[in-house]
Design a binder for this molecule. Structure first.
Ligand SMILES: C[S@@+](CC[C@H](N)C(=O)[O-])C[C@H]1O[C@@H](n2cnc3c(N)ncnc32)[C@H](O)[C@@H]1O
Length: 321
């Protein structure tokens, strides 16, 4: 069964930072094929892990891969932005740690679901096969202006305008159906040799919109504050700067004791610190790990720990956003 594992990234670091103890309850918010969960359970078999993934194929694979620990894992096919209700439905009040290993797995990249420009398949890119919006609809129905915004905002792509213009021109003749067609359009729009990064950025931008990825991340991070035990940890691996920025800013804001302007004689903000930052700088994989797993190349790991406070759930603010 080991072949069906996505190679998990920064596994030793994750086990170290989550430091599982007997009878702890953890959430693996991005279960994937279960690689990180397996490492945690091998370290401490008497854990309970709530394994969430919105992709039903991932959940099926994880069930097979984690067969030996099936009594210790609660498998949930859901978006992690429903963290609070997922736990409530499973009668879990508090957890001792949560892991986010964001983005897509190598199984999803290698599937025929349109995540990669290197594999010709229908433009889809939905992680959750039950959601409505897919890549085909974005590419064929969104206005030129909207496409430019998406490519700039979520792909940070400088050739956003010529690519969007070319898409609109081509789709007037017939719909753009496949990943290869889209990759060719990018080639035609830019006419440069090495467009690997541009193609990755455009595909990433579309995927982020299809799956509403940044919204889900923000919601889930806020939810963590409601369900983490004091000293419980959030461990998050991101693979691009948009995700990393959200995590970094959230941790920074929640670790502040006061947000008053510096010239104010007395604090009047009532800000309460909810998190302590454990990793001042992001932890990155070693050269050795990157050599063995190219997906680790862009990984950044950040960790924060829940502090004690008495703030009520509905008082959590959105300031950091
Ligand atoms: C990088 S993979 C995780 C790999 C996993 N750590 C392992 O060891 O196999 C990311 C997984 O998170 C899932 N995912 C991404 N965003 C999600 C969300 N908002 N809610 C639930 N699952 C999500 C994807 O479907 C994918 O399977």
């Amino acid at each position: 069964m080991i072949d069906s594992f996505h190679k998990p990234v920064l596994t030793n670091e994750i086990v170290k930072f989550l430091a599982p103890k007997k009878n702890n309850i953890y959430v693996d918010a991005t279960l994937g094929t279960g690689g990180h969960t397996l490492a945690l359970l091998r370290k401490e078999p008497n854990l309970t892990i709530v394994g969430i993934d919105q992709d039903k194929e991932a959940i099926e694979l994880a069930k097979q891969n984690l067969q030996q620990f099936k009594n210790r894992v609660i498998f949930i096919q859901e978006n992690f932005n429903a963290l609070v209700s997922i736990l409530a439905l499973n009668k879990i009040k508090k957890i001792d740690g949560i892991l986010f290993d964001l983005g897509i797995s190598s199984n999803q990249i290698d599937s025929n679901r349109g995540f990669s420009y290197l594999r010709n398949s229908k433009l889809d890119m939905r992680m959750n096969q039950n959601t409505k919006l897919n890549a085909f609809q974005i590419i064929n129905n969104y206005k030129e202006r909207e496409l430019i915004d998406i490519f700039k905002k979520y792909g940070e792509e400088r050739f956003a305008t010529p690519i969007a213009k070319r898409i609109v021109k081509i789709r007037m003749k017939s719909p753009i159906e496949t990943t290869s067609q889209l990759a060719n359009i990018i080639d035609q729009a830019i006419r440069k040799r090495n467009l690997v990064k541009t193609k990755s950025r455009i595909f990433q931008a579309i995927r982020i919109v299809v799956n509403n990825e940044l919204f889900s991340l923000r919601e889930a991070l806020k939810d963590c504050l409601k369900v983490l035990n004091v000293n419980g940890r959030i461990v998050a691996i991101s693979y691009h700067s948009l995700e990393d920025r959200i995590i970094k800013k959230f941790f920074q804001y929640e670790s502040l004791k006061c947000i008053c302007p510096p010239n104010l004689p007395k604090c009047g903000c009532n800000k309460i610190q909810t998190l302590k930052i454990i990793t001042r700088k992001p932890v990155v994989p070693t050269d050795e790990e990157i050599k063995n797993n190219s997906r680790a190349r862009s990984a950044k790991l950040r960790v924060a720990e829940r502090c004690y406070n008495e703030r009520k759930i509905n008082e959590y603010s959105n300031h950091y956003l």
